[in-house]
Design a protein around this ligand. Structure first.
Ligand SMILES: Cc1cc2nc3c(=O)[nH]c(=O)nc-3n(C[C@H](O)[C@H](O)[C@H](O)COP(=O)(O)O)c2cc1C
Length: 183
């Protein structure tokens, strides 16, 4: 199978996940790793399976990734899988308001992948996401606008700086295996 891993990453978190996905996809397949600036919607048609990844920006997929999705033709021949990293907590985290944070500040990434896939009749194989440490301005934004107490901040900063963790990379590889098993 010919597989493309294309990603948008500003500070390197999503790139780490993209590299893990590429490493796993390369086992027994012809895999290619490209930055989003190196691909066009049309060029995705050269592949059987595309893993498309993004940093979460302003609650949604980053603009260059949305643009590629918007430009895709209907019923393309490739299958699609998505991945993204975000600086808010994950829904399964055992912290106060973790699910609420994720729902408000990152879940649109999932909605975008699913909505566009449905509209364009793309065979969408699911998504993977994990946390990624934010850059200083975003950290400040989260501290001032999202978190409600000093305790929440302590908890948050201790947790977020670990990500993407070795376990996140392993889980990204497991995701590739799951996608491949249903493709
Ligand atoms: C301009 C900008 C906006 C962001 N908006 C969000 C957001 O709405 N929700 C969120 O969870 N993370 C947000 N983040 C944090 C990033 O999604 C997170 O740190 C991600 O791991 C960065 O990935 P990258 O290192 O691949 O660029 C934002 C980051 C930037 C730079």
């Amino acid at each position: 199978m010919k597989i493309l891993v294309a990603f948008y990453s500003e500070t390197g978190n999503t790139e780490k996940i993209a590299r893990a996905i590429y490493e796993e996809a390369s086992k027994g397949h012809e895999a290619h790793l490209k930055k989003i600036t190196e691909v066009t919607a049309e060029s995705l048609n050269d592949y059987d399976l595309v893993f498309l990844g993004s940093a979460c920006h302003s609650t949604d997929l980053a603009a260059p990734v949305k643009k590629i999705l918007d430009d895709l033709p209907r019923s393309p021949k490739f299958k699609l899988a998505g991945f993204f990293t975000h600086a808010t907590l994950s829904p399964e985290d055992k912290f106060n308001r973790a699910r609420e944070q994720f729902d408000r500040w990152a879940s649109r990434c999932i909605v975008s992948f699913e909505k566009i896939s449905k509209e364009k009749q793309i065979d969408f194989k699911g998504y993977y996401h994990c946390k990624g440490v934010p850059s200083p301005p975003i950290k400040e934004f989260i501290k001032n606008e999202i978190l409600v107490s000093a305790d929440e901040w302590e908890e948050y900063i201790k947790e977020i700086k670990k990500h993407p963790s070795p376990e996140d990379l392993q889980n990204a590889k497991k995701f590739v295996q799951e996608v491949l098993s249903k493709t």
